[in-house]
Structures are given as C-alpha cells and as structure tokens.
Design a protein around this ligand. Structure first.
Ligand code: 7TS
Length: 406
C-alpha cells in the first residue's frame, strides 16, 4: 500500500493530544475512505428515496443503488446468487437471524451446537440462547495452547448429534485464521450446517463462500471501510428458502389478510421495514474501494505489518503477546508486565496512539487466557511501519512511566 492510500482517509489527518493520530483500532471499526463518504453523501443529495415501491425516478434510482450494492456483496464473497445476500445491521444481527430462524425450526433436545471458547460474544450468546430455548446442548472445541483451532480437535467435538457448528473465520483478539473450510467439510460429513462469523475475515482477506462451502456467513460493513449500521448475511439459497422471517412488517410481505399473511421471495422476506439503503450504498462503495486495491494485496500488506509488529514488540522486555506468531491477520494482543491494559491504552492515547483495551467482547476467551483483559493493536490497509514504530516508542515510554512509578 503506498502513501496515497492513506491520504484517502481524511480522519487520519489530525493530531490527538498534540501528536499525529496513529489509529490502531480497526478491528473495532475501520476508518472510511473519501470514496465511501462521497457515495453516501451523493446518495442523500441526489437519489434518496424509499426502495421497491415508488414508480418515480428517484425511487428507481434508489432501488438500483440498493440492489446494485447487494450484487457487489454477493460477488465480493463469491456467492452464487445475489438473493442469497440479506442486508442486516451487522454481524450480530445476521448471526441472531440464523439462530432465531434456522435454529428454532431445526433444533430439539438431544441435538448439539458446536462452537469455540474463542468466539466474540455475538457468535456465542445467540447459540447459548438457542440451546436454552430448544434443549439442545452447547459444546466447545478445545483450542491448542497457542489459541489456534485444529481440525482434529473439531473432530472430537462434532458428532452425528451436531446440527450447527458456528465459528469465526478470524478471531478478533488473536487474529488467528481458523481452518474453516476443513471444519465445514467435517460438519457436513456429520449432517450439520456451518455458520461462519466473517466480521474479521471479510475486511482483510479474499473470501469465497462457495469454496469454503459454508452454509451461512455473516459480515459487518463498518469493519471493511463501510458505514456503521449495515452488514450482511449470506445463506445458501436452499436453506434460506425454507426459513421463516424473524421480523415482520412492511416490505417483507406478499399478501396480508386479517388473520394470515404470506411472505415475499428471497431475500426480501428477511428485510422487514425500510431497509438500510444509504448503508448498503456505502458498503457497495467500500467494496469497490477494497476490490480496486485487491484483497490479496491488502492481506499481504497486513501480514507484513503484523510480522514487523510482533518482531518489534518482542524486543520489549515484560511484554507478553497472546496467540500464535503465524496464520494471522493484522491483530496483535498483548499485556505489559503488571500494568492494567486500560492504563496502557490511556498512556498510549496521550501519545496519539489509539489501541483498544478490555475483554474485546470475549469474556470466555479471557478466562481461557487467564487474564481479565488485554491490550490490542489492530492494523488495516492505511497503517504503515511508522505507525508501528510510534506504537513501540509509546509502549517503551509507558513501561518506563509505570516502572518509575512502582
Ligand atoms: N464477530 C467478531 C469476530 C467481531 O470481531 C465482532 C465485532 C462481531 C462479531 C460483532 O460485530 P458487529 O458489527 O455486529 O458489532 N468486534 C469488535 C471488536 O473486536 N471490538 O469492537 C467490536
């Protein structure tokens, strides 16, 4: 990535606490390039209208923009049909939709749902709730000591009673890439479906849902240069066609009677109410932006940054990095001696370096790591080696500050 990529993100051109901003919190949300900001603005300035109803010109333009965005999402993740893409508020909503619709209809007592203790709460609680509602059992794949997940370990957890396997493609704490394609094959061998949480994979690497052969795949627009409030659920057509909606109202109906109603075809039956039109337009522009840069180039850039960051971080005494050194996207999670991660993040912020501290919505993982919280630096296409040097300098200052204070 050259410097001109970074220049397309106006927010990065500012000082924070007297220092040029170094934004290392993209796993929480990414920044937005001018192309996305302009697309949303242009939509509201020229095309804004409700979709799928009016016959007027603006209505048609808005509908074309919205449906065009759906096609872009489908192509970006390798879906066969654009009606396999349902716009949602984000990954959380997408995963809840699967648990509530597919899960309620297909699970019963004696069935099993298999997940990992590494999951973000969004890919854990919907399954916990589904297990409670249906009497199904929730089972966990045991991770390796370094936080990676092996197909062999998955093989121990997945049985003929397994109905759903749900796993993140990439962990949001350790940045580990999980062997989802192999786990999907295993799930299918046992007659289960696989749901993939793609919140941290879609922004950072090439994704092909047909090659993975996953049944459902969830993503969030705001982590991939798009606006907040928009994401998508991919589902195999044959599965979606059999599923009941979970939200009812306008836009999703075919015929409404006083006591009975029928639903529209895919994907509209899952998009009750006025949809996330401007959000989808912004997500479409984000996909254009990412596609132009090339997902393989983005992945390579981030991998290089992550390796550089690991090397530099390992130079600091007393700094413990969690997770493996390889098979990673640009996420590095660590703790510094006995300093609380919130204190680390606060001192770093005083140097203009934005990182995240806390449990990262992964409390079971924190328990598994035997910590209450961690500090996390996450990189994206606009970061460079100088950002990492600034992080390292600020960490050295933090260490000296707390070392002197104790
Ligand atoms: N799954 C993973 C793996 C995530 O990283 C996140 C958000 C979600 C699901 C939920 O996505 P949402 O867009 O619906 O909120 N992760 C983080 C994070 O790591 N820090 O802040 C949000």
């Amino acid at each position: 990535m050259n410097a001109s990529v970074r220049e397309q993100f106006p927010i990065l051109d500012q000082e924070v606490n007297g220092h040029p901003l170094v934004y290392l919190d993209s796993a929480a949300t990414s920044q937005k390039p001018r192309a996305v900001l302009d697309a949303v603005r242009r939509y509201y300035e020229w095309d804004n209208s409700n979709v799928h109803r009016g016959v007027h010109t603006l209505g048609s333009r808005a509908t074309d923009a919205y449906e065009g965005a759906r096609e872009k999402v489908a192509k970006f993740i390798g879906a066969k049909h654009s009606e396999e893409i349902i716009f949602t508020r984000g990954t959380t909503t997408a995963l809840n939709l699967v648990a509530d619709s597919y899960g309620n209809a297909n699970l019963k007592e004696g069935d099993e749902i298999v997940i990992t203790p590494i999951e973000h709460h969004s890919n854990l609680i919907p399954w916990q709730q589904l297990a409670k509602r249906t009497g199904a059992a929730l089972k966990y794949i045991e991770p390796n000591p370094d936080g990676t997940i092996d197909v062999e370990a998955a093989g121990k957890a997945i049985t003929d009673s397994t109905k759903i396997v749900a796993i993140a493609y990439v962990s949001n704490v350790m940045g580990v890439i999980h062997p989802v394609k192999e786990i999907a094959a295993l799930a299918h061998k046992h007659g289960a479906i696989i749901v993939v949480d793609g919140a941290q994979s879609t922004p950072h690497m090439k994704v092909d849902v047909q090659d993975l052969d996953c049944d459902f795949y969830a993503l969030s627009g705001h982590k991939m240069c798009g606006p907040t409030g928009v994401g998508a659920l991919y589902g195999k057509k044959a599965l979606l066609e059999k599923m009941e909606p979970t939200e009812f109202g306008g836009e999703m109906i075919d015929e409404v009677g006083l006591y009975e109603s029928t639903w529209k075809d895919l994907p509209y039956r899952f998009e009750g109410g006025t949809p996330i039109i401007a959000g989808a337009v912004g997500l479409g522009a984000a996909i254009d932006f990412l596609s132009e840069l090339g997902m393989d180039n983005i992945a390579e850039h981030e991998h290089r940054l992550a390796m550089y960051a690991m090397r530099r971080i390992n130079e600091i005494d007393g700094l413990k990095v969690f997770g493996p050194q390889e098979r990673k996207v640009g996420i590095v999670t660590f703790n510094l001696d006995d300093v609380h991660p919130h204190d680390v993040a606060t001192v770093l912020d005083s140097y203009g370096v934005a990182i995240r501290a806390g449990h990262h919505c992964c409390q079971p993982l924190m328990r598994w790591l035997n910590v209450s919280s961690t500090a996390r630096a996450s990189f994206y296409l606009y970061n460079n080696e100088q950002d990492i040097d600034r992080l390292i300098d600020a960490l050295i200052q933090t260490k000296e500050y707390f070392g002197d204070a104790t």
